[in-house]
Design a protein around this ligand. Structure first.
Ligand code: SF4
Length: 402
């Protein structure tokens, strides 16, 4: 009998989830008592945007599953969504293109995730706020003062360390990005690095990196939850905030600071072109017969086998599509230093043996997921147990291929 089906094992998992539910309920009561009233009535807002109750219930089920929680947590996910606008957020911009903000907050046909972000209690956001100069600086000081220890600091962009941080000066006092990050982050309840620039340095830190740009963690030495991607998926950001509202802590993270629920598996594992990979049916050049038939993009540079993210499962643009579905291979944008390590983007990595591909890919996978840093203890335990089972199942699957 597989361990997952053993009655004692099931009993243990059920008990852990029941304990987790109790923790979640008592934390949510605290949130409702201690944080400001919601700014928006979510259900009214959803109604005015044409989202029905049925759509919301479907979204709740999908988000619960995405967070790797059992269906009993659906009402708590719904409740957390209703309380989404209670959490004060300070959003800092450093060396970046504002693409993450654009991707997350601009949606022609918004779904529940997009609307949740509209309700977010943004106390400071340079791109969206009307204030500028001294007024903007005052907004930031007030937000830190009023919500000390309670706000979430979201950071977009890398931090240049060259010339003592002087490649990036912001605001009327001309403070460096490093100075601002140090001042704000130490007062936050938690720091979320949104996008691969703040999480890993991204293109600003690609060779030769003249400004010595690095991730937030490397620049100021604080732990961050890394919502990697260029840009990241809105679901991974809202899911992380919902988890925080529900449990009062951050989700279990992998060795690179990414939430395991969102980045625990490879693009290759969720890919709809995977049966063609297994059958050795490849696109050899753009526009060939294989491309027309939707075959695997490995030979034209897809880095899905080396990249951990849930893009294929949650997709982009209200779930309509994602790069591989649209015919372009994954470029590995959720991995550190991908501009240097995944290039050339249109070719397979030169040192990987195509004949021994599964073995190579599996070794990389094991190396990347080997160390899991844990966030909230209870959820982490349940998640880790679940992953252990999944890892074993994946290994068995790989063995069958070999
Ligand atoms: S190599 Fe890329 S296109 Fe092919 S199955 Fe893997 S992720 Fe999909």
């Amino acid at each position: 009998m597989a361990k997952g089906n053993h009655p004692e094992y099931q009993k243990m998992i059920d008990k852990q989830f029941k304990d987790l539910m109790k923790h979640c309920q008592s934390h949510m009561e605290q949130v409702e008592k201690t944080l400001p009233e919601p700014r928006e009535n979510l259900h009214e807002l959803l109604k005015t945007r044409g989202i029905t109750r049925r759509d919301f219930v479907k979204w709740t089920a999908a988000m619960t599953a995405a967070l790797m929680l059992p269906p009993m947590f659906k009402p708590m996910v719904a409740k957390a969504a209703e309380n989404f606008s209670r959490i004060p957020v300070v959003w800092l911009h450093f060396a970046e293109c504002t693409g993450c903000t654009e991707a997350l907050l601009r949606s022609s046909y918004p779904n529940v995730d997009d609307i949740l972000l509209e309700t977010i209690s943004l106390e400071y956001h340079e791109t969206l706020m009307a204030a500028s100069g001294d007024q903007a600086e005052k907004c930031l000081e007030d937000a830190i003062h009023h919500f000390k220890g309670k706000f979430i600091c979201v950071i977009e962009g890398a931090l240049p360390r060259g010339l003592n941080g002087q490649y990036l000066r912001i605001g009327p006092k001309g403070k460096t990005g490093i100075e601002i990050a140090k001042e704000v982050c130490k007062e936050a309840a938690a720091c979320i690095a949104i996008g691969s620039c703040s999480a890993f340095g991204n293109i600003q830190s690609a060779k030769p990196n003249p400004t010595d740009a690095v991730s937030i963690k490397e620049a100021i030495g604080i732990p961050t939850v890394n919502i990697a991607g260029c840009p990241p998926n809105v679901v991974n950001f809202t899911g992380t905030l919902l988890h925080y509202i529900m449990f009062g802590g951050l989700p279990a993270l992998d060795g690179l600071g990414r939430p395991i629920w969102a980045y625990g598996k490879r693009i290759h594992d969720y890919c709809e072109r995977r049966p063609h990979y297994d059958a050795s049916e490849y696109v050899n050049e753009w526009g060939d017969a294989g491309a027309l038939k939707g075959w695997c993009l490995y030979k034209v540079g897809c880095k899905g086998p080396y990249t951990y993210a849930n893009c294929g499962r949650v997709r982009f643009n209200t779930g309509i599509s994602w790069p591989i579905m649209a015919g372009h291979g994954c470029i590995g944008c959720t991995e550190p230093a991908f501009w240097d390590t995944m290039a050339p983007l249109e070719k397979p990595l030169p040192d990987k043996s195509f004949n021994n591909r599964e073995a190579t890919i599996d070794n990389i996978g094991i190396a990347l997921t080997g160390i899991a840093a844990l966030g909230i203890a209870a959820h982490a335990t349940a998640t880790a147990l679940r992953h252990k089972d999944e890892d074993q199942a994946t290994k068995q699957e790989v063995k069958q291929h070999e």
